[in-house]
Structures are given as structure tokens and as C-alpha cells.
Ligand binder design. Structure first.
Ligand SMILES: NC(=O)c1ccc[n+]([C@@H]2O[C@H](COP(=O)([O-])OP(=O)(O)OC[C@H]3O[C@@H](n4cnc5c(N)ncnc54)[C@H](OP(=O)(O)O)[C@@H]3O)[C@@H](O)[C@H]2O)c1
Length: 337
């Protein structure tokens, strides 16, 4: 096999290809890429050449009318894959065989076995596979960690998180089982990642419930409870077809901290936070941040460093294990049947 093009790390810009004209990619990730030093948009691919041409015209880069052409393109070092999860393994494996680094949208894989196949191949080629959890790059996360570490709410005893979104169009891929749809792999993945961030990747799962919609054919709601090694309990819930909620809540021995836009603060938005200490109750606005650009910077650095590539792959594996544990342990309930 030919040496991966991105292996010869130089100061030359990392050339990025975008696999599919996903609305999120065109609206958020590609505009941020264009602002990130050290990265260059090389090409955008779609199953529909006209779509790729229209995206390339407004954002830049070359248009490709097939995913195969982009995966094989010699002028691309890193592929950003904003495809439905059920399509990831096919294109990630092909891209790894072609020597490309990868930033893949969450969730990386439909199950742990699929994640392991991708990550094993990436390890054999020493290539990057990273999952796009943007909240980890927002300064809100560092602020929350610091506030808790400083003892502002005392000793944290309970972490509660919820990510729920209103109903989507019936033809949204998130309702298609064959495309890796379902709430656990979509909004639930953020909950598993949040628990890993605050309670630790080895948080022990105690119980889980997954509700599936028989008409839609996918899971639409779930909840789970974990215990961390220091006794911190985590409860998380995730849902489609409900009121929007995107919260982290920390209950401590002397206070309480609530983040109302924990996972999705857009660039320029100052995330609201509520801090209660005794009878004192404060509403704060944290600093705005562009975590999309920070994510691209982190991805560029990881693509160029073997140790960081290994760390990113390990994070993906940990996340896939966390999701699989919930899927395996969950009591299954059917709604709308
Ligand atoms: N990290 C985040 O904060 C975040 C936020 C939103 C979404 N996402 C992720 O981004 C990805 C895309 O989400 P989105 O909301 O942007 O969805 P979307 O607009 O529907 O984009 C999905 C893209 O996948 C391609 N595709 C290939 N085969 C497909 C098929 N059989 N059915 C549907 N699409 C197919 C399409 O591109 P072509 O037609 O051009 O080939 C389509 O534009 C998902 O993995 C999602 O989880 C992440």
C-alpha cells in the first residue's frame, strides 16, 4: 500500500475533503474550516454533482460527483465525514485504505464491533480517526471543570444531563434504522460523552431504558444511570420528538450549577449558566467561543502527531464501549406500537 500522503507531516496546509453536502457541514463546519490557519478546503463531494458544484461555488474547493472520487483524490490529506452513522464504516474503511486521516461525525459507528474494525485499521496505518464532539472544545467546558474543581458548589454528588430535540421531518435519516438512525447514536451519544467527561470514562453503568417507536423503527428516547469511582452519580436522558433541552446540572454539597446550553452554543453566543450557593442565586453569561475553529485546530494538530492520533482513536473506542454498554444493558420499551 502507498504511504499515506499525510504521513509526511510538513508545515504545508492540511488539505481537507468533505464527504457529502450535509447541511451541518455546509452551515457550520466548512465555514469554520475556512477560518482555520493550517487547513485548506480541497474538495466537496456529493452523490449529486450539481449539489457539490453549488457548495464548492459558495465555499471553495473542487466539486466531486462521487464519494469514491474524493476518497481516492491524491490532493486530500484528511476527510471530514458528515454522513449518517450507518454509512460511516464503508467510507471510513475506504478512506483509511487510501491513506486519509478522518474527522467523522458522531456517532462514529453503529456498534462497538464496527468501531473496532475502523479503529484497528486506523491503528495499523497510524492514521487519525476522531469523532466530532464540538462541546469538548468550547471554553464553557473548561469553565465548568474549573468552577467545580475550585469547590464552588462543594463536593459534587450528582450530575444530571439531558439532550432532547423536537420532532424532525419524517424522512430525516435519524429515523432510518438502515442509516444508523435512532436517538442513542444521535443525542444519546452526547450524554455518554458528557458522563465520560465529568464522571470518568470508567463510570459504571447501573441501569438504562431505551424506548423505540415501532412506527419509526428506531429508538426515540432513553435514559441511564452511572456511578463514578468517587461515588458521583450521573443520570442522563436523551430524546427525539420532545421539547428542546440541552442541559448539564451539578448538585454539590453546598451549591448547584446548571448549564442551559451545554452542548450546542453557537459561535458568538454567550452560554447562560445558573449558579446557586446557599440562598445566593446568580445568572451568568459565559464568554462566547468559536469551538468549531478550535476543533479544526485540534484535528490538524492530531493529524500531524502520532501520539495524538493514538489518543483520538482511544477516545473513539471508549465512546463506542460506552454506547454499547447502554445498548446491551437497556430495558427495551416500545411506544406508538
Ligand atoms: N457535531 C455536531 O455538532 C453535529 C451537528 C449536526 C449534525 N451532526 C452530524 O452530521 C451528520 C449530518 O447531519 P445533518 O444534519 O447535516 O444531515 P443532512 O443534512 O441530512 O446530511 C447528511 C448527508 O449525508 C449524505 N448522504 C449519503 N447517503 C445518504 C442517505 N442515504 N440518506 C441521507 N443522506 C445521505 C448526503 O449528502 P449528499 O447528498 O451530498 O451525498 C446528506 O447531505 C450526522 O452524522 C449528524 O449526526 C453533527
Amino acid at each position: 500500500m502507498a504511504a499515506p500522503p499525510a504521513q509526511a507531516a510538513t508545515a504545508a496546509p492540511l488539505r481537507v475533503g468533505v464527504l457529502g453536502c450535509s447541511s451541518f457541514a455546509l452551515r457550520a463546519m466548512v465555514p469554520a474550516l475556512l477560518q482555520t490557519p493550517g487547513l485548506q478546503l480541497a474538495a466537496i463531494a456529493s452523490r449529486d454533482l450539481a449539489k457539490a458544484e453549488s457548495a464548492a461555488q459558495s465555499l471553495g474547493g473542487r466539486a466531486e460527483g462521487s464519494y469514491e472520487a474524493l476518497v481516492e483524490a491524491a490532493d486530500v490529506d484528511l476527510l471530514y465525514v458528515p454522513l449518517p452513522t450507518g454509512l460511516h464504516e464503508r467510507w471510513v474503511m475506504a478512506a483509511l485504505q487510501a491513506g486519509k486521516h478522518l474527522l467523522v461525525e458522531k456517532s462514529l459507528a453503529v456498534d462497538l464491533a464496527s468501531a473496532q474494525r475502523m479503529l484497528d485499521l486506523a491503528h495499523r496505518h497510524d492514521l487519525l480517526v476522531a469523532e466530532n464532539f464540538l462541546f469538548r472544545r468550547h471554553s464553557q467546558l473548561a469553565w465548568v471543570r474549573r468552577t467545580i474543581a475550585e469547590g464552588t458548589i462543594g463536593r459534587p454528588v450528582l450530575f444530571r444531563a439531558c439532550f432532547s430535540i423536537p420532532a424532525l421531518a419524517d424522512d430525516n435519516f435519524r429515523y432510518a434504522a438502515a442509516l444508523g438512525g435512532g436517538a442513542l447514536l444521535d443525542v444519546g451519544a452526547y450524554m455518554v460523552k458528557s458522563v465520560s467527561e465529568f464522571v470518568g470514562p470508567r463510570a459504571e453503568l447501573q441501569a438504562a431504558v431505551i424506548e423505540s417507536d415501532a412506527r419509526r423503527g428506531v429508538d426515540v428516547r432513553g435514559s441511564a444511570t452511572w456511578i463514578g469511582s468517587d461515588g458521583l452519580v450521573a443520570q442522563a436522558a436523551w430524546a427525539f420528538d420532545t421539547h428542546y433541552q440541552c442541559t448539564w446540572e451539578f448538585l454539590g454539597t453546598t451549591g448547584r450549577l446548571v448549564c442551559e446550553r451545554a452542548l450546542t452554543p453557537p459561535p458568538g453566543f454567550e452560554p447562560p449558566v445558573r449558579l446557586e450557593i446557599g440562598t445566593d442565586r446568580r445568572e451568568l453569561r459565559l464568554a462566547a467561543d468559536n469551538h468549531y475553529v478550535s476543533q479544526w485546530l485540534a484535528i490538524a494538530a492530531s493529524a500531524r502527531d502520532s501520539g495524538l492520533r493514538a489518543a483520538a482513536r482511544a477516545e473513539c473506542l471508549e465512546q463506542a464501549r460506552g454506547l454499547q454498554a447502554v445498548a446491551d444493558a437497556a430495558r427495551r420499551v416500545f411506544v406508538n406500537s
